[in-house]
Write a protein that binds this ligand. Structure first.
Ligand code: PLP
Length: 387
């Protein structure tokens, strides 16, 4: 069986985890700040807050930006549900901006149009969450210019994109956003098992996110409320937070994986280059790349040109799957999910997203995909698509 994505764990990763297991601290020890520092340095950002998932990072990022009841958050429909759910956790409502046909990322033109309309009705978003689909950056300069004009904040959901670059700078430097979020789930670029991180250059946002990841509790004297001097207060809860902490076991794995981040992304590029070349004769579209983007290539999505193929998308998907190649679909437009349809969305809302959904298939892409395995994938694809 060949999965669409999988982790790459070496002896150094295992040793790093074992070392924590033998140490004094399994959580709230030195590995978490060391991992945060390594990611912040790599990305060229001031502050990094490690948490137990990207979903948690998105939640506390929204809360830190003040998202609450009555607020509106916009994102792309072609993403994992967590990009939208974070706003609902805060009591806000979510709306979707259609995608840009060549990159499959949130379209800046559609965003500009929708903002113009929303302004008329007093329904402007408080936060917009662009997602760097497959690891290719959104047009962040365009989105942040609109943010300045319309006054919304920006959270980059870069769950796919650590190790990627935009305009020759690392994704995660928050040049065009308030907060950037990474995921360290095993299918992503580097892993901690489960884990995530929120990055920012704003010290206040970093402080609020640190508070929220650990119950809203502080032991910093400067933040504590005055109490009579004879009372003992070794900590105070000053906000309603959560237990979203990352453990040192997870952080040690992440820190060890950071050493091979560039190598992982280079391998993904080599695989993509080979796919691009070998797939050029089939009736499919390979991933188009913007000149200013260096993708982390979390995913390799092909688009079927169904008018030139004798089968449906579902038939092709199932035929490849039946050969032991565990292809996937990233993603069904979020608003088509039954939970979101219940809130009033229906088919047809974002035509480009739906067109993409009806043609996309993610084929295997991970550093451990050997040329022999990739050749097998290519042979199966050729057979299924052309027969
Ligand atoms: C994986 C993913 C998430 C959620 O990440 P977790 O770490 O599993 O919570 C959020 N957004 C996108 C785009 C993702 O791919």
């Amino acid at each position: 069986m060949i999965p669409y994505g999988r982790q790459d764990i070496n002896q150094a990763d295992i040793d790093a985890v074992v070392e924590v297991l033998r140490s004094d601290f399994l959580t709230q020890g030195p590995a978490v700040p060391a991992f945060e520092k390594a990611v912040a340095t790599y990305c060229g950002v001031q502050h990094a807050v490690a948490v137990n998932s990207a979903t948690s990072a998105l939640h506390i990022a929204c809360l830190a930006l003040g998202v609450g009841k009555g607020d509106i958050v916009w994102t792309t429909p072609i993403t994992f549900v967590a990009s939208a759910n974070c706003a609902l956790y805060c009591g806000a409502t979510v709306d979707f901006v259609d995608i840009d046909p060549p990159t499959y990322n949130l379209s800046v033109e559609r965003l500009a149009e929708k903002l113009g309309e929303a302004e008329k009705y007093g329904k402007l978003p408080k936060v917009v969450i662009p997602v760097h689909l497959c690891g290719q950056s959104c047009d962040m300069a365009g989105i942040s210019a609109l943010g300045q004009q319309y006054g919304f904040k920006i959270i980059e959901d870069a769950s796919h994109a650590i190790g990627g670059r935009y305009n020759d700078e690392p994704i995660g430097n928050c040049r065009h956003s308030d907060i950037t979020v990474f995921s360290f789930h095993p299918v992503k670029i580097i892993t901690t098992g489960e884990g995530g991180m929120a990055l920012t250059n704003n010290v206040e946002l970093a402080k609020r996110m640190r508070l929220l990841r650990s119950h809203g509790i502080t032991s910093d004297e400067a933040d504590m409320h005055p109490r009579p001097p004879e009372e003992l207060w070794n900590y105070q809860q000053i906000a309603l937070g959560f237990n979203y902490r990352m453990t040192d076991i997870h952080a040690a794995l992440g820190l060890s994986q950071m050493q091979r981040l560039d190598e992982f992304v280079a391998k993904r590029h080599a695989i993509a280059k080979r796919y691009n070349r070998m797939l050029s004769s089939l009736p499919i579209l390979t991933p188009w790349q913007h000149a200013v983007s260096y993708s982390s290539y979390h995913l390799y999505v092909i688009r079927l040109q169904l008018n030139k193929i004798n089968k449906t998308q579902r038939q092709i998907y199932e035929a490849i799957y039946a050969e032991g190649i565990l292809v996937n679909l990233h993603y069904i437009p979020i608003y088509r999910q039954p939970y979101y349809e219940k809130t009033g969305f229906s088919a047809g809302y974002c035509p480009q997203a739906e067109q993409y959904y009806s043609e996309a298939i993610s084929i295997p892409m991970y550093p451990g995909l050997t040329e022999a395995k990739q050749d097998h994938v290519l042979n199966v694809l050729r057979k299924v698509i052309t027969s």
